[in-house]
Design a protein around this ligand. Structure first.
Ligand code: TTP
Ligand code: MG
Length: 491
């Protein structure tokens, strides 16, 4: 859900707060020259028909006793900063859209602050307690309805348009209330018998575009309850992406998925390195004829594991009907939040959402390898070509492509964790073999596979997973002993 928060009679309310003699009186904030217009009017002054942008002389005609207060932009800007600060204590996704209004995406904050209406109430109370100013809040699943809702119960109100009430609300919403619909458009709409946003649905989108340009197709979308604009912060505008042009164009979905997996891994690695979590995943496909499409998905929770990014990327990919060969694939993430602030990731998970602890530990292992050896070193097992069966035969002379290395690791290295982590890394490096505890307190392992991967594996063993203390690693190359292509934990 999205909140739209708008301060009530903002400039005037600040003046009334700071000067008790102005309270409960009709005041306007304005210059005092003949040509001045009203910046804003207190709600007492609005009863006389006074509103923003009205010439001051007219305001005086409407209400001779109106008090004119010269404005102080610096003071309002400082108050605005404090208001945004208070709102940011409730959600990291705050988009300030003017001096006195902001959108807030409250996804995942329910566990901390309760359902949307109660969260809105808490925000209002916090602003009033700290600044003695009131605001009105609209709550809706999409931005445009949240904005309309915040204006429906002014001043000091909360209006909720829930998902199931959206449709009847849109049906009855006067078209003049929709932001961006100007006087000229309204005249033409009157001719077309369009009185409410619901009436827009009766018209074909192409016809609306012909008559009203871009606004026509936007109105058509809004009439169907579609507003894809997200709450954007400085963070969310940033993105991390990775793409690859393929050595030859492909059509095979399995190959495409494997590439998406590798890209997700790279993007996930960069995201975790920045200590960020995200809630938006994008894929990009360039086809053999150089045309290009992007597809994005907003997620209801925060993610940072490569597998979660991959899952979303696959969801997007599977919705595309492939008619041409693929030349380039890309994966991107956006809409970030600091992983540690201001609310914990676990608390941000939607109810019923499982945490991805298992994948997080896999990611940790992958990240540590990427850090040490570069991002190309790690590919998940499924990305590699099926391994050829290793046939046991003694190798003589120079090291073979399929090396077999026996390793003994001494130190504080025994335990399930050490073996499990070793297995994960070995699988990620596409190695076969085993790891097991020995009765003398050391760990014995055997790695066989690509020579370079074996070297990397041994490099990893010299450090081991966190909290282990590796004192010594002994290695010995031997003829291949096993023809297994799995990596097992032995007991
Ligand atoms: P608004 O939020 O439009 O108006 P408001 O806060 O005074 O009243 P309400 O939201 O309760 O209807 O604008 C915020 C401030 O911006 C307003 O207090 C003064 C300033 N402003 C102008 O200077 N000129 C204008 O034409 C408008 C509309 C606002
Ligand atoms: Mg306002």
């Amino acid at each position: 859900m999205i909140l739209h928060i708008d301060m009530d009679a903002f400039f005037a309310a600040v003046e009334q707060r700071d000067n008790p003699t102005l309270r409960n009186k009709p005041i306007i904030v304005a210059g005092n020259s003949k040509r001045s217009v009203v910046s804003t009017a207190s709600y007492e002054a609005r009863q006389f028909g006074i509103h923003s942008a009205m010439p001051v002389f007219q305001a005086k005609q409407n209400c001779p006793q109106v008090i004119i207060v010269p404005g102080d932009r610096h003071k309002y800007a400082a108050e605005s900063k404090k208001i945004m600060g208070i709102i940011s204590n409730f959600s990291p996704l705050v988009e300030q859209v003017s001096i006195d209004e902001a959108y807030v995406d409250i996804k995942g904050c329910e566990k901390l602050f309760g359902p949307p209406a109660s969260m809105a109430h808490k925000i209002k109370t916090a602003i009033f307690t700290e600044l003695s100013l009131t605001c009105s809040i609209g709550i809706a699943p999409i931005k445009f309805l949240a904005k309309i809702a915040s204006d429906m119960d002014k001043p000091n109100g909360i209006t909720l348009i829930s998902r199931h009430k959206m449709d009847p609300f849109i049906q009855g919403l006067p078209i003049a209330k929709v932001p961006g619909v100007g006087k000229q458009a309204l005249k033409l709409m009157a001719v077309l018998q369009i009185k409410t946003l619901g009436d827009i649905r009766k018209y074909d989108q192409n016809l609306l575009t012909t008559k009203f340009g871009k606004m026509g197709s936007r109105l058509h979308e809004l009439s169907l309850g579609i507003d894809n604009r997200q709450v954007e912060t400085d963070y969310t505008r940033k993105s991390i992406s990775s793409e690859t042009t393929l050595s030859q164009d492909i059509f095979d979905p399995m190959t495409a998925k494997k590439i998406l997996l590798a890209l997700s891994q790279r993007v996930g690695h960069d995201l975790r390195k920045k200590k960020m979590i995200c809630c938006n995943v994008t894929i990009k496909i360039k086809f053999s004829d150089f045309t290009q499409i992007t597809r994005s998905k907003k997620i209801d929770t925060w993610i940072c594991s490569s597998s979660a990014i991959f899952k979303q990327a696959i969801c997007l990919y599977e919705k595309i009907v492939l008619k041409k060969k693929i030349r380039l694939l890309g994966v991107g993430v956006s809409h970030f939040m600091d992983k540690n602030a201001p609310v914990q990731m676990e608390l941000l998970c939607a109810p019923g959402e499982k945490t991805t602890k298992r994948w997080e530990s896999v990611d940790m292992a992958v990240d540590s390898i990427m850090e040490k050896f570069g991002s190309d070193m790690v590919k998940k097992a499924s990305l590699n070509k099926p391994k050829q069966k290793i046939i046991a035969q003694p190798k003589v002379g120079k090291m073979s492509e399929i090396a077999c290395t026996n390793v003994t690791i001494k130190g504080r290295v025994q335990g399930v964790f050490f073996r499990a982590e070793t297995q994960k890394v070995a699988i990620l490096l596409n190695l076969a073999g085993y790891v097991k505890n020995r009765s003398d307190g050391s760990v014995e392992a055997q790695f066989q596979g690509n020579e370079e991967a074996v070297k990397k594996m041994i490099g990893w063993c010299r450090t081991g997973p966190p909290a282990s203390r590796v004192d010594h690693v002994l290695t010995e190359s031997t003829p291949i002993l096993s023809n297994s292509d799995t990596f097992d934990i032995l007991y």
